[in-house]
Design a protein around this ligand. Sequence first.
Ligand SMILES: Cc1cc2nc3c(=O)[nH]c(=O)nc-3n(C[C@H](O)[C@H](O)[C@H](O)COP(=O)(O)OP(=O)(O)OC[C@H]3O[C@@H](n4cnc5c(N)ncnc54)[C@H](O)[C@@H]3O)c2cc1C
Length: 404
Amino acid sequence: MKQIFVPTAESFIHEADAVVIGGGIVGVATAFWLSRAGLETVLVEMRQGLSTLTTPNSIESFRAQFTEPAMAELALPSIEIFENFAEVVEIPDIDISIRHKGYLFVTDDPAMIPDVEAAVKTHHRLGITDSEYLTGDEVSLRFPYISKNAVAATFRQKDGWLSTHEATQGFARGSRARFLVSTKALGITRDSQGVSGVETNRGTIATRVVVNAAGPFAGQVGNLLGLEIPVRPVRRQKAYITPRAEIPPNAPLSIDLARDSYWRPETGGALIGWVDPDEPVSAPSENIPTDRYFAAQNIENLLPLFPFWEGIAETLKASDVIVSAGQYVYTPDDHPLIGPVPEVPGFYLNCGYWAGVMLAPEAGKRIADLVTGKMQPTENSLRPTRFSEGIHLEGSSFLRGHSQ
Ligand SMILES: Cc1cc2nc3c(=O)[nH]c(=O)nc-3n(C[C@H](O)[C@H](O)[C@H](O)COP(=O)(O)OP(=O)(O)OC[C@H]3O[C@@H](n4cnc5c(N)ncnc54)[C@H](O)[C@@H]3O)c2cc1C
């Protein structure tokens, strides 16, 4: 029996305990946990394969260094799941290429020192006890390629990156869920009890539980039920720079806090990115255009703290740079929306992510716990009803950017 397939009239599945809409890492992790909880689970993905929209366009990194309790609550167990992935998904030979090379948030702006110090104190209070505060001198000692103008940093060696392709495939293969690709949710039906089915381009699946994990399209999927989901997609670009001897191969993911720019080594080259504060909210799209000058601007932002980029910039050819783009999805308090929507019984959200790769494992588990009653909606601080309850979670994590 095929698990991931394009359904035909014969192989289409007409009934399920739960249907997940969206086959990025968030939806697939959700399907994994729902099926592990004993629910017959079907995931529908409109594209030809799993993890083909935002997820593979990320820089595939994870960190525990959050300052918001609700984010740390998801990040810490998610990292643990990644670290023990083969046991969790029960596939002994799976390798998600996890690299604990660290995350370094560094600044040359003395005005930011109190924020950096406070961030580390907050990490420790939230149980992220192995993040370190580094002075400028300590930064120079550990990372000699960083400018002597650095004045403060936070660092956690056990942060790092992984293969989102392998992680997504692992969650799929380790589950008993079925994944219908090239299958688009076009409608969600309801009756007096709540949701009753998902209409797709290939047929209707009767179900009493529907999870909206449609990434940038989560707003559109909410519209299928006449709901306004407060999500705002914003384009974020990254560039891959082909191998260069100047790029320190063992560096951590290094973020210039003052300029919202970052880079990390990748197979001899580097991935670079910039969370442009002026990027406007955009419509959800499968074809996000890239800017011709993005990489040049990004590298310019990296020069003050990472001066080795100067030599690279001088000799860089267009063929040495591959720019790609996806969308961060923001909510009014920059925290994801996880949990049931009381207006439509059986309809759940798992969306609104700007850091969905690193939060997906535990977020998916939380949906399963909420569906099965193991967790009560009020125990879940990320419940979508928080806004109507007047709760606005405070956000202060570095590098999240904002929607305009
Ligand atoms: C440049 C960049 C760098 C990033 N770096 C990181 C990082 O290092 N770490 C991190 O944690 N996060 C990072 N992110 C964010 C991260 O990529 C996203 O938060 C995460 O991938 C969201 O996963 P998802 O499954 O919600 O969305 P997606 O991967 O977009 O999946 C949603 C899926 O839903 C499908 N879909 C939509 N509508 C329908 C429908 N009607 N029917 C069927 N299917 C539908 C889509 O086709 C899509 O495949 C980055 C993002 C960008 C753009």
